[in-house]
Design a protein around this ligand. Structure first.
Ligand SMILES: NC(=O)c1ccc[n+]([C@@H]2O[C@H](COP(=O)([O-])OP(=O)(O)OC[C@H]3O[C@@H](n4cnc5c(N)ncnc54)[C@H](OP(=O)(O)O)[C@@H]3O)[C@@H](O)[C@H]2O)c1
Length: 377
C-alpha cells in the first residue's frame, strides 16, 4: 500500500533536548529558520504532531507567509495543510490554538479515545478511530488513501518522532541543532530508547541558518520483511539510476544493482556490461566485488532494477542462483522480467522457491524500464 512521504522535522539543543521543563516553549531557532519551516509547511499536504505537543506548546502550525498560501491556492491546494494529531487518551483541550487556526483538522485515535475526543472537540475536527491501538502504518494509509496526503511533515514531539523512526516509516529527518544546552534530564529528548537501524544514516544536506545548523538525513537500513521501507525505495531508485550507465545493447536489458548490508552499509554496486565484460549482469557484477566469506551477506539485500534472471545463455549460472549461492535472502526489484529474450523467465520463483524473499515495487517500474525503451517498443 502506498504511504505518504514522511518528513520528520525538529530542533534540538546541543545536548539533544527538544525543550526544557519550564512553562514556556523553549525557542531553539531564529527567524530565518522559522521562515524555512514555514516554507516546508507550505510544501506539504499535512502536518502531524502528538497530543503532548498540543498540551505543552499550544502551537498554531500555520503557513504564515501570505505569498506561500496564495501559491498553494493557485496550485489548487487548500491555503493551509491539513493539521493532524494523534492521541490515545482523547484528552484534548478544545480551547487550544490548534483547533481554531488554519485549515482542516483531524484527530487520529483509538476506539477508546474517539468518544472522548469527539465529545471534547464538538465538531471542530474530524475524529477517526483506527482500532483498539494506534498502528502508525494504518494511520499513514488512512492519510494517503482517505485524505489524499502525499507529503506529511511531522513536527514532534519526541514520542511521535521516536516511533516513526523506529518503525522504518520516516523518509527523511530535518534536524536543526541550536547552540544552547538544556542540561535537565527531565526535559523531553528528540529520540527515546529502543531499536533503531544499526548503522549510519545518510547525511544529504547541511546548511548554516543564522546561528543554527540544519542537517538532513535519510535512513539507510533495508527492510527485513515483505513491506518496503523508505530506505528500500532509495536503494532501488539508485539501482534504477545505475541502469542508465549500461552500454546500450539490442540483445540484453540495461540493469543496475546494489548490494546493501542489514545496517545500511553499501557493500557493492554494478550494472550490465560494465567494465570490459560485454555480457556481465548487474547483480553478478556487484556480487563479484564482494568477499564470498563476508558475514554480512546473509543479512544483506540485493536491489535490482530488473528481477534477477532465472536462465541465461551467456554464463552457466543465472543471477538468481548467484544470489542464493552468496547467501543473500532478500531481493527488492522494480520490474518482473518480460518475455523479450527469455520466455517465462521467473527469477522470483527461483529465489522464493529456495526460501529467499522478493519484494516488487511497481512504483519504480517505469524508472527501471526507461533505459530499455528501445527493447520494449
Ligand atoms: N524542538 C522541537 O522541534 C519540538 C517540536 C515538537 C515538540 N517539542 C517538544 O516536545 C515535547 C512534547 O513531546 P512528547 O514526546 O512529550 O509528546 P508528543 O510526541 O508530542 O505527544 C505524545 C502523545 O501523543 C499521543 N501518542 C503518541 N504515540 C501514540 C500512539 N502510538 N498511539 C496513540 N497516541 C499516541 C499520546 O497522546 P495522549 O497522551 O493524549 O494519549 C502521547 O502522550 C514538548 O515539550 C514540546 O515542546 C519540541
Amino acid at each position: 500500500m502506498p504511504l505518504p512521504y514522511v518528513l520528520l522535522s525538529a530542533a534540538v539543543s546541543l545536548d539533544g533536548f527538544l525543550d526544557d521543563t519550564g512553562p514556556e516553549r523553549l525557542l531553539l531557532s531564529g527567524p530565518a529558520d522559522f521562515d524555512r519551516v514555514d516554507a516546508v509547511r507550505a510544501s506539504v499536504d499535512a502536518i502531524l504532531i502528538g497530543a503532548g505537543t498540543i498540551r505543552a506548546d499550544n502551537p498554531r502550525l500555520l503557513v504564515n507567509s501570505a505569498e506561500r498560501r496564495a501559491a498553494r491556492v493557485a496550485a489548487g491546494r487548500p491555503a493551509y495543510p491539513l493539521k493532524v494529531t494523534v492521541t490515545a487518551s482523547g484528552d484534548l483541550d478544545p480551547g487550544a490554538h490548534f483547533w481554531h487556526t488554519g485549515g482542516d483538522k483531524l484527530v487520529c485515535t483509538t476506539d477508546a479515545g474517539a468518544a472522548r475526543a469527539a465529545r471534547l472537540l464538538g465538531g471542530t475536527a474530524d475524529v477517526v478511530a483506527l482500532g483498539p491501538a494506534l498502528d502508525w502504518r494504518v494511520l499513514l494509509e488512512h492519510l494517503h488513501d482517505v485524505r489524499g496526503v502525499g507529503r506529511l511533515m511531522v513536527e514532534g514531539g519526541g514520542q511521535v518522532h521516536t516511533q516513526l523512526l523506529q518503525q522504518d516509516l520516516a523518509d527523511e529527518l530535518q534536524l536543526v541543532l541550536a547552540p544552547l544546552l538544556v542540561g535537565d534530564p527531565a526535559a523531553p529528548r528528540l529520540f527515546g530508547p529502543g531499536a533503531y537501524q544499526g548503522g549510519r544514516l545518510r547525511l544529504t544536506d547541511t546548511r548554516r541558518i543564522e546561528d543554527v545548523v540544519l542537517m538532513r538525513y535519510e535512513p539507510t537500513a533495508p527492510g527485513t520483511g515483505p513491506v518496503a521501507t523508505p530506505a528500500d525505495r532509495h536503494w532501488l531508485r539508485t539501482a534504477c539510476e545505475l541502469a542508465a550507465l549500461c552500454p546500450p545493447s539490442q540483445t540484453a536489458f540495461s540493469v543496475g544493482a546494489v548490494l546493501v548490508a542489514a545496517d545500511g552499509t553499501e557493500l557493492a554496486r554494478g550494472h550490465s556490461r560494465e567494465g570490459a565484460d560485454p555480457v556481465v549482469h548487474a547483480e553478478e557484477a556487484a556480487l563479484a566485488k564482494t568477499d564470498p566469506a563476508d558475514p554480512r551477506l546473509p543479512g544483506a539485500t540485493v536491489y535490482s532494477s530488473l528481477e534477477p534472471c532465472a536462465r541465461r545463455a551467456s554464463r552457466p549460472a543465472p543471477c538468481a542462483e548467484l544470489i542464493l549461492r552468496a547467501g543473500v535472502r532478500r531481493v527488492v526489484t522494480a520490474w518482473r522480467e518480460p518475455d523479450t529474450f527469455v520466455a517465462a523467465a521467473d527469477g522470483t520463483g527461483v529465489l522464493t522457491g529456495a526460501g529467499a524473499r522478493v519484494v516488487v515495487l511497481p512504483e519504480l517500474e517505469s524508472l527501471a524500464k526507461a533505459p530499455n525503451a528501445h527493447l520494449l517498443a
